[in-house]
Design a protein around this ligand. Structure first.
Ligand code: HEM
Length: 408
């Protein structure tokens, strides 16, 4: 029996890594991983796949980003030692442990607090309504390009203080850089990530110089003040984390909006419920985050001591990945987990992670989702899918449709 379960889980891992159809719909294979709760894959990486084990892994203080030479070992495995992209990402708060992680995170925390973000609601509504004005009655439109990408890109660029005329190349650059979040990125992917890293660094370097002379009421100006305030932030850390905030600020939320409207229109009874009561939008956003999570896996963690997770010991130095997309579909936690239910009580998705690296942009993403789904349901109740089988991004971790044709 154990051998059969192991074979099924090994096959699930193979399909997740190599099969594009499984990446588009990974939920069909997650059950095989959940059968183990936490599973040591043939790649010698543990996958936590149930709701309970994912939650334990992301919160556990015994799992860190780095331990001993783990960062260098992973870099050697990827063939990425000395690469520009790796050098840059090594400074992202996402990949840091105490004391550097809280030092950098605390510099931007206030700007993403639930209280501060709620004050941005009128600005979010204004952008959402402007985008709907532009597509309403427009016939055949690409919802991803014209709405799902445009909304979060506009908002995070406004927060950072990036001029409108500069925003053109960002999607291309962030898509290239985020290719490295995949397991075993190829040489080609890493070359593209290096080029994107250089382009971003040059761009932000110029913008930081300019903003130093003409400060604004924006996040970049706040980070420059922290850089000036000795010891709080180096110039390299400033630039690398500005790239992280920009990329994380729109790639993921684009997928929440794109996957979300696809799920709603594929389940017309759920769309009708929302159209009938647009006040359901905040709860619907939580359910859509759970149902088709824009991020399927939290970033890898390394055990700094032997850690028992539900009877499985993850040994010191071993790596574990919480497959949050799988935890979100755990039947032990959710009734009929594969069913979309915008009225579900307490969807509590794992999609933003938890613990010290809990998504700093969660309040912003939630506000964008709630305002957008409410306005779409109110103003475009006739919204119709023009492609039922859209193309998905090739990535396993960042999960979303590349484009989505709708009649608006
Ligand atoms: C639906 C949208 C989003 C999803 C699903 C999402 C998901 C996540 C997840 C799962 C993590 C934790 C990764 C881990 O623990 O390994 C994370 C961290 C992070 N997210 Fe988000 N995110 C979203 C939107 C945003 C936005 C709008 C921003 C705005 C800047 C943002 C910025 C960040 C940053 C900076 C981190 C690193 C935090 C740290 O390491 O302390 N995210 N996100």
């Amino acid at each position: 029996m154990k051998a059969t379960l192991d074979e099924a889980a090994d096959q699930a891992v193979q399909l997740l890594i190599a099969d594009p159809a499984t990446r588009a719909n990974p939920y069909s294979v997650y059950g095989a991983l959940r059968a183990h709760e936490v599973y040591r894959t043939p790649l010698e990486i543990w996958f936590a796949a149930t709701y309970a084990t994912c939650h334990q892994v992301v919160r556990h203080a015994g799992f860190r980003r780095r331990h001993g030479d783990s960062w260098e070992r992973r870099a050697m495995l990827f063939g990425s030692l000395g690469r520009r992209w790796l050098d840059d990402q090594a400074r992202w708060m996402l990949w840091l442990d105490p004391p550097d992680h809280p030092r950098i995170r605390s510099l931007v925390g206030q700007s993403f607090s639930a209280r501060y973000i709620e004050k941005q609601r009128p600005a979010v509504e204004q952008v959402v309504n402007g985008l709907i004005d532009a597509i309403a009655g427009g016939g055949d439109v690409d919802f991803v390009q014209q709405f799902a990408l445009a909304l979060p890109l506009t908002l995070i660029c406004d927060m950072l203080g990036i001029p409108v005329s500069d925003r053109r190349n960002f999607r291309e650059w962030t898509t290239a850089a985020s290719g490295t979040l995949e397991p075993m990125p190829s040489e080609e992917v890493q070359d593209a990530a290096d080029r994107a890293t250089d382009a971003f660094a040059a761009y932000f370097s110029d913008l930081v110089d300019e903003r130093r002379h003409t400060p604004g009421d924006d996040l970049l100006t706040k980070l420059i003040a922290a850089e000036n305030d000795e010891g709080k932030l180096s110039r390299e850390e400033l630039i690398s984390n500005a790239v992280l905030l920009l990329a994380a600020g729109f790639e993921t939320t684009t997928n929440l909006l794109g996957n979300g409207i696809l799920a709603l229109l594929r389940n017309p009874a759920q769309w009708e419920l929302l159209v009938g009561d647009p006040g359901l939008a905040a709860n619907a956003t939580e359910e859509l985050l759970r149902y088709d999570s824009p991020v399927q896996m939290a970033t890898p963690r390394v055990a700094i001591t032997d850690i028992d997770i539900d009877g499985h010991v993850i040994a010191e130095g071993e790596t574990v990945v919480a497959v949050v997309g799988s935890g979100n579909h755990d039947p032990a936690r959710f009734d009929q987990p594969d069913r979309l239910d915008v009225q579900r009580q307490d969807p509590s998705p794992l999609s933003f992670g938890a613990g010290p690296h809990f998504c700093i942009g969660a309040a912003l993403a939630r506000l964008e989702g709630a305002v957008a789904f409410e306005a779409l349901a109110r103003r475009l109740p006739q919204l119709e899918l023009l492609e039922t089988d859209p193309t998905w991004l090739p990535t396993l971790n960042l999960h979303g449709v590349r484009g989505l044709r709708v009649r608006a």
